[in-house]
Design a protein around this ligand. Sequence first.
Ligand SMILES: *Cc1c(COP(=O)(O)O)cnc(C)c1O
Length: 640
Amino acid sequence: MAWTREDANKLYGVSKWGSGYFNIDEDGCITVEPCKDGARIRIIDVIEEAKKRGLRLPLHIRFQDILQDRVKRINEAFAQAIEEAGYKGQYQGVYPVKVNQMREVVETLMDAGEAYGLGIEAGSKPELLLALSIHKNGNRLLLCNGYKDDEFIRFALMGCKIGKKVVVVAEKLEEIKGLIELSKEMGVKPYIGIRIKLATRSSGKWATSSGEAAKFGLSTVDLLEAMNLLEQAGLKECVTLLHFHVGSQIPDIQVITRCVREGARFYAKLVRMGCPISYIDVGGGLGVDYDGSRSTVASSANYSLREYANTIVYGIMDICDEEKVEHPTIVSESGRALVAHHSMIAVEAFGRIAKLNTIKNLVVPKNAPKVVRDILEVKETVDAGHYDEAFHDLVFYRQQAMSLFDLGYLDLQSRAVVESLSWEILAEISRHYEGKARMSEEMKELVAGLKDQYLLNFSVFRSLPDSWALGQLFPMTPLTRLNEEPTIKGTIADITCDSDGKVDTFIGDGEDQDQREYLWLHDLNDKPYYVGIFLTGAYQDTLGDMHNLFGRMDEAHIVLDSDEEAGWYIDEIIEGDTIREVLEENEYAIAELIRSIKTQVEQAIKKDVVKPNEGMKILADYEAGLKRYTYLQVDSRRRL
Ligand SMILES: *Cc1c(COP(=O)(O)O)cnc(C)c1O
């Protein structure tokens, strides 16, 4: 049966993790449908257009329309749940800036959220100063989370002074004391929020930041003490918001159910104690189904947006009705679920380290060293179908061969034959055991070494920090050729000089395999081969570091427009870092670097090592080099 795009869709799970935004077209290309309304863009067209405009790979691509669509969907999910439940309060989201602080992202979200009263959340002084300036409408919330010093609280109160609803969410008792003192000093009536520590623990990768050992939030003892202090200061009626947040990417809806009910109980009890709280803020945690499995594994979530909204609305309503208190305005701080989908990275493969790069038409001479002839015999064992025996013999003779080489008894030609035969034999053994459970650990390890490495022109540390630090999975697929069967199992190596600069765990098929140790890829030809890494909009954009001085990537922002012939255009281009910029960021003075090279060139000229003309050219090239992109320039013709 011929390979079709349906096969590719199944293999890469595009329609599962793609959530309707990403698909494969009839030409085998990945497309994006930012508003899920039929208007589709081929990613490869974006790359071609960006290249025409002078941008380079790796390329960071953002779809501004997806951001708008996410805002709409989250708000509509809550509106629908509220309507269906007959809930008497409202929903009002806030965007936690830390998830992606890029100006265009924040501005697009704030614009798209205007109709829904989307507010903003800051977790540090720099974020607060940013939020104060961007937040313009008095009814939208501006929440301050995170540890705060007096200066932080002063800035927040300053916001209240100019008519903003800035809520200082106390993370610990000292902040309540600071708030009491400073609001008196500045003559401002504050909006006070209180973050509580829930006993419910999250699951998933952020589980340790939840429960009673969490770093943020007031314990029940502190909460009561805070109430006393506020009452004495006459500020009890300023307590406006109750907040909890048990962690990001909560994969299991049951955790959310428990948190919401526990949190709502706190709310109800506080209201009954006379606190006029009008907002219950359920924090972040709304998961993104990165692997498309709809399960409770860490890179997934076993619930839909609709189920999430229902769980929260019904959960709060139940408890409030039971306790006979008013239905509060529901606030959520979804960051990941708002921004993850809108951004992706296109990277180019510039090489492949093939393990099965064996010697063609191998003839082992009669007088070859004994160990080589022994391994040749193992090949006969495997050909005769004795796989276990062949494996054990292979391990033994291979080790022997390597020891002989170390001691100087084996020449390079013989070692090449040993390597070549070993891979051939292993490949056959692994084909035999494919999918069968009966593989020993040792065998698995050796077979794992059989996978080809694809060299991709990007840095994991810069562009996918959570893959490296937390083992989080991100969906990846070739961007073209999906109507062609991929034949190679590959892992991915980046261009940093770090053995951690790799990706060797990938999303599975969402059915019987949670994850795979390889990605199916196509053989490289003389054309560029692009791989897309998707759903990178949350946290990845700004957490990355400068390992090996790889800087920011070139960036293209795509906007749908039916007036354009293509239906879309590149709205903005942001050039990535130049070599000069990453050096300057590390405190190097460029003039000094140039001066030093100049001195060295002059000395070389003086010693007649280079001609003056040549020397001047070297200097000019060095200076021009400082303006270059930090990543590789790939020449795919070399692969022929
Ligand atoms: C990080 C954070 C969020 C965002 O969480 P997501 O899971 O990305 O939605 C929300 N609230 C607080 C307090 C946070 O620290």
